[in-house]
Design a protein around this ligand. Structure first.
Ligand code: BES
Ligand code: ZN
Length: 443
């Protein structure tokens, strides 16, 4: 195994699951490993405490006559359940069929470490970097980055930069370099519906009191029309329409046809808003999703019970110029209006992040395109992203810098799912990409 892969394997072995407080120690160990790695490379690396998981910042020597580039990544990962669907254990990385298999392999440890190792390589080759570099790595991206925006506010000088680069997004097909110029925003919330004081015998009481599980189903159903359009009042008010040039451009992007979406999702058919392709639906249209729904008996066999409560968790994906706080107000009003009779509604707000959009053909965007072309020896495609990285718009609001999204995540990488994987080829390309990017951004 190459020393680069050995580093990645060591990084992947930390079960740095940010949402699970039982793993807080592992998250910290992972941050400390990073500090040690970055220090050994000759960067000045610091672990900064936050209210929850640490932030790691590392820099070379900054000089007034060079551009300053900030590279962001996250070392936390999503939970691994259902564990039994993994071919090999999620925190015991393995190479099969040219791919690295582990939780975080693509999202985001593999992509992030490629930048670190690109810098290490350049430092070994030429003892210096062409730019002032700041690495900013957080351990809370997968829980909505609750402590990072405050960290930016209180460390503006430390993090001052001309441009930001991130590899934590998609690559449309193997070997097709992909520059993202937009991200969907996100707003999360949860609803609990309560009925009787305790679970009841459904024969003795069914028919006499409302069933919260029925009520949650009705409430969830009220979110869409039968074609998948979101029915919340005012939901589409601030949606910026797709531009003709991007629809034209996206129609030619490989790997994102409706047939590709069918294949990669394993779904029997596609479904979504009338009049848009799958790529348009996911990259440029907002959605309302139920992420979890529950209530009542879930065990083996039947149990004739009328549950005391039922719940659902929601996330809304947003596009420019929707505002998460405004959307959550509209969502809450919708739930209150449509809550079926006989149950009481408890609404819990969750984390959010604004959508992001920038010009892919500005000075830095063009430099990124040249770097992608060099690293992959192919013409880059320009896309927006369906996923969210909540801190990106905050980078612009607080640090005043735009972000280049140089994605290496393939559609079948199974991020957030069992058997997450990252091709060794993409890991190596990511290292080349970092070297090319710093060269091009220095110009
Ligand atoms: N790396 C993803 C986001 C992503 C993946 C964007 C692929 C575009 C293409 C990131 O780690 C992620 O999963 N973000 C969460 C944010 C949420 C938890 C606040 C998301 O999008 O669900
Ligand atoms: Zn993720």
């Amino acid at each position: 195994m190459t020393p680069e892969l050995e580093d990645l394997f060591a990084f992947l072995r930390f079960p740095s699951i940010s949402t699970d407080s039982r793993h807080a120690g592992d998250v910290r160990d992972c941050a400390e490993w990073l500090v040690a790695k970055l220090s050994a490379m000759g960067l000045s690396a610091t672990l900064h405490e936050t209210a929850r998981h640490p932030v790691v910042v590392a820099k070379n020597e900054h000089r007034a006559d060079r551009r300053t580039v900030l590279i962001y990544g996250h070392y936390d990962v999503q939970p691994v359940d259902p564990l039994h669907l993994w071919t090999t254990p999620p925190f015991e990385p393995e190479i099969r069929d040219g791919k690295i298999w582990a939780r975080g392999a693509t999202d985001n440890k593999g992509q992030m470490l490629a930048h670190v190792l690109g810098v290490e390589k350049t430092l070994k080759e030429s003892a210096d970097l062409p730019v002032n570099l700041t690495f900013l790595f957080e351990g809370e991206e997968e829980i909505g980055s609750p402590n990072l925006a405050p960290f930016l506010e209180s460390h503006r000088d430390l993090l001052k930069c001309d441009v930001i680069a991130i590899s934590d997004t998609g690559m449309v097909a193997p070997g097709v370099p992909t520059l993202g110029y937009g991200l969907r925003g996100i707003a999360c919330c949860e609803v609990i519906l309560r009925g009787p004081a305790r679970d009841l015998h459904s024969g003795l009481f069914g028919g006499a009191v409302a069933n919260p599980a029925t009520a949650i189903a009705r409430l969830v159903a009220s979110l869409h029309d039968e074609y998948g359009k979101v029915m919340i009042e005012g939901f589409y008010d601030d949606v910026r329409p797709l531009e003709a040039w991007e629809r034209e451009m996206w129609a030619k992007v490989p790997g994102v046809s409706d047939a590709d979406y069918l294949k990669v999702t394993g779904s029997g058919s596609l479904f979504g808003e009338e009049g848009y392709s799958s790529a348009e639906r996911t990259w440029a249209r907002p959605t309302a999703e139920v992420n979890g729904i529950g209530g009542g008996y879930q065990g083996e066999g039947s149990k004739t019970v009328l549950p005391a409560e039922a719940m659902a968790k929601f996330s809304f994906r947003l596009v420019p110029d929707q505002d998460p706080a405004d959307i959550l107000e509209k969502v809450k009003a919708h739930f209150e209006k449509h809550c079926p009779p006989g149950v009481s509604l408890l609404y819990l707000g969750g984390h959010d992040g604004k959508p992001y959009h920038c010009d892919p053909n500005g000075t830095f965007g063009l430099a990124a395109q040249r770097a992608l072309r060099n690293a992959f020896d192919a013409e880059p495609v320009l896309i927006r992203e369906g996923g969210s990285i909540p801190i990106v718009q905050a980078f612009r609001d607080i640090l005043g810098a735009d972000t280049l999204l140089l994605g290496l995540a393939l559609a079948d990488a199974q991020i957030h799912s069992p058997d997450e994987n990252f091709p060794v080829e993409n890991f190596e390309a990511g290292i080349r990409l970092n070297q090319a990017l710093l060269q091009e951004l220095a110009k």
